[in-house]
Design a protein around this ligand. Structure first.
Ligand SMILES: *[C@@H]1O[C@H](CO)[C@@H](O)[C@H](O)[C@H]1NC(C)=O
Ligand SMILES: *[C@@H]1O[C@H](CO)[C@@H](O)[C@H](O)[C@H]1NC(C)=O
Ligand SMILES: *[C@@H]1O[C@H](CO)[C@@H](O)[C@H](O)[C@H]1NC(C)=O
Ligand SMILES: *[C@@H]1O[C@H](CO)[C@@H](O)[C@H](O)[C@H]1NC(C)=O
Ligand SMILES: *[C@@H]1O[C@H](CO)[C@@H](O)[C@H](O)[C@H]1NC(C)=O
Length: 633
């Protein structure tokens, strides 16, 4: 056995052009361990000199090499929807030997985005190489090292990611091997071809390319699969994360890291819950008093230039930033200046106590829909958002409206009387709410100068099967945050609304910590949701479980949400990752298989996220990553 192993390593190096022999010799002496690809398990750590189990394959005996070649889907996450072929052979290469031989793109803008995406690839490769190895000089002459030529071909000039954007791609990798590693032999050449309709598809192809490569600790070199043919496209168009930056501020560099990690997962929507009642960090050019009064500090804001930079940063990484301006509830901080400015009360019941009477969590606040000045302020906010964000949909929030405050406000009650409504009934306040919704929607439409789709949360307007009474299904997309078995989902679906799933029992990542209003062991939606449950929450199956026929045109996809009462810049990454990756495979691939089949790949992807600088939470002892298929109950 020992002999066979050495022979294989030897062959590997003849083929690969002898880049890393020095470090290999060294580590070969050091390590008594190898990885066998074991049938029915995966990569398993074995002693080099002991007999192997039947079915063990030691063709690529390093951990990185085994992981890339052992399983049907290699180390790809999310799993492509169609893998035509993946070789079991590897080539080693040096990052500087990656050349872009051709980018074919219809516009300069698309070409420049593609070049930026290539720079991201280069930086991702750099990140995967340990610091101590990065500056290492090559002992092999360049002309003898394998060369990688990348060719990218894009058809459409789309440089905005929209719901109709074609995100599919084909990735083809083919290697022509050098015949022998003699001093004057020709170098091996690996040709990579990525073809896509849009830049966004091509970018996904580049991401997949980065995942058929890895740094090999044992060999001290980058390695990659020699021959690949993948044809891929997402199951759902809307694959998102909601990040709340009002309850606690999340810094711009941390948002960039979230977008980085989203791009590794092919998630494509960063739903930015920018403002809420706790703080107003959005610097509105037209209404600067909102953040002046409402930000936690002059440093804890998002200035127009920050947002523009983030929008471009996200586009390069295949991510669309969808802004949410939540109203009429979830406002408070930032709106206090109305009376001083002679504009009357813009928000009512701000900080009012006892908060349990007027809102779901302290501090309370709700907009005053009968003050006309509200609509000019909203118009200015919407116009600022239009100027900064590049999104084909707009999120108007609309959740958790509590009628108690309106019910106690004379100005509101008097206005309702002018409408012939004197009962102070639920219907009266729903009328007021839809009046507000209609008027603010008109301002959104004016700001955008078109009628783009509007997203609203499930709320009092959508429950009891009443959505079609208050909302136009051709205008509104409903984002579900009830449990996944709530009957309102089936009702909305039957009424023909388009839906985005964020059912809190599977996709709320703030669940499962101690209380923050009180001292109980469980916050409102505890327990913590493990990645397995995140993975198994298929929007398709939720619909089928209601005995409805699944229609992918109506179920746009889903989002995981991290509400930020108990998270900020310092801890958000570990709460988002790797669980968001589980969400990502559900929404990209929507496999019929369970988490158990994905577990070894998921563990590996988590290691890759860490390698790329993401502070992803640990899932298991590292031993499990070294011994696929043995950490099951
Ligand atoms: C690599 O080569 C450069 C130039 O020949 C030299 O300056 C540098 O010190 C070398 N680095 C290492 C780590 O040997
Ligand atoms: C990749 O697979 C597809 C589908 O089988 C095939 O049409 C295509 O020719 C393959 N590409 C290459 C370059 O082998
Ligand atoms: C509003 O308050 C009145 C008492 O002033 C009460 O009778 C009514 O039920 C309240 N309306 C709602 C919707 O809670
Ligand atoms: C809101 O708009 C809808 C649709 O245009 C309309 O049917 C409804 O009467 C309006 N409601 C109010 C209170 O203005
Ligand atoms: C779906 O149909 C099955 C079989 O008829 C039934 O047992 C189940 O209760 C139905 N589910 C719902 C949510 O209606």
């Amino acid at each position: 056995m020992a002999f066979k192993f050495l022979l294989l390593v030897g062959l590997f190096f003849v083929v690969d052009g002898v880049i890393a022999q020095e470090s290999v010799k060294q580590s070969r002496q050091e390590s008594p361990w190898a990885w066998a690809c074991r049938t029915g398990r995966g990569c398993v750590k074995v002693a080099k000199d002991s007999p192997v189990e039947e079915g063990d394959n030691l063709d690529n005996p390093t951990l990185a090499g085994c992981k890339l070649t052992c399983n049907g889907e290699s180390t790809l996450w999310p799993k492509p929807r169609s893998i035509i072929s993946l070789s079991k052979t590897l080539i080693s290469f040096h990052p500087t030997d990656i050349r872009i031989s051709r980018i074919s793109a219809p516009t300069p803008k698309v070409k420049s985005l593609t070049n930026e995406a290539i720079q991201v690839l280069r930086s991702v490769i750099r990140k995967s190489i340990p610091n101590t190895q990065r500056g290492r000089n090559q002992t092999t002459k360049e002309t003898q090292r394998p060369q990688i030529n990348i060719q990218i071909s894009i058809v459409s000039g789309d440089d905005r990611l929209e719901m109709t954007t074609d995100e599919s791609y084909n990735l083809h990798v083919e290697t022509i091997f050098a015949t022998a590693a003699t001093p004057n032999s020709p170098r091996s050449t690996t040709s990579v071809s990525i073809t896509a309709t849009s830049f966004f598809g091509a970018r996904h192809g580049i991401e997949t390319l980065s995942q058929i490569m890895a740094w090999d600790d044992t060999l001290g070199t980058m390695i990659m699969l020699t021959d690949v043919n993948i044809s891929d496209s997402p199951a759902f168009v809307h694959r998102g994360l909601l990040v709340d930056t009002s309850r606690n501020y999340v810094s711009v560099p941390v948002i960039k890291k979230i977008i980085d990690a989203m791009s590794y997962d092919k998630l494509n929507v960063f739903h930015w819950h920018l403002t809420d009642t706790h703080s107003f960090p959005f610097v509105s050019t037209r209404e600067p008093r909102l953040s002046l009064y409402g930000a936690y500090s002059p440093a804890k804001v998002y200035r127009p230039e920050d947002i523009k930079e983030l929008v471009h940063y996200a586009t390069v990484r295949g991510v669309k930033i969808v802004p949410e301006f939540d109203a009429p509830a979830h406002v408070g901080s930032g709106w206090e200046w109305g009376e001083r400015a002679g504009m009357g009360q813009l928000a009512l019941c701000v900080n009012k106590e006892p908060w349990t009477t007027y809102c779901v969590e302290p501090p309370c606040g709700i907009l005053n829909p009968v003050n006309d000045n509200i609509y000019s302020v909203l118009s200015n906010i919407y116009q600022d958002m239009r100027d900064l964000f590049v999104s084909d949909i707009f999120h108007m929030g609309g959740d958790e409206v509590n009628f108690a405050c309106w019910n106690e406000t004379t100005e509101i009650i008097d206005w309702l009387k002018t409408q012939g409504r004197t009962e102070k009934s639920k219907e009266d306040f729903l009328y007021l709410w839809t009046y507000f919704q209609n008027r603010s929607l008109a301002e959104v439409d004016k700001a955008y100068d078109n009628k783009q789709p509007i997203v609203l949360w499930t709320s009092g307007l959508t429950e009891d099967g009443h959505a079609d009474k208050y909302l136009d299904k051709n205008r509104y997309i409903i984002q579900i945050w009830t449990t996944g078995t709530d009957e309102s989902i089936a009702q909305l679906y039957r009424q023909g609304f388009k839906l985005i799933m964020s059912n809190y029992d599977a996709w709320y990542f703030d669940c499962g910590y101690g209380q923050w209003v009180g001292d109980g062991p469980n916050n409102w939606c505890a327990p913590y949701i493990g990645w397995q449950k995140v993975y198994e929450n298929s929007p398709r199956k939720l619909i089928v479980n209601f005995n409805e026929t699944f229609n992918s045109r109506q179920i746009l996809g889903g989002e995981a949400a991290i509400w930020s009462e108990q998270v900020d810049s310092t801890t958000i990454e570990g709460k988002l990752w790797p669980r968001s990756s589980a969400l990502a495979e559900r929404l990209w691939t929507d496999p019929d298989t369970t988490w158990r089949v994905a577990e070894h790949r998921f563990n590996h992807h988590r290691e890759r996220l860490v390698q790329r600088g993401i502070q992803a939470d640990a899932l298991q002892p590292e031993w499990c990553h070294h011994n696929d298929g043995y950490c099951f109950l």
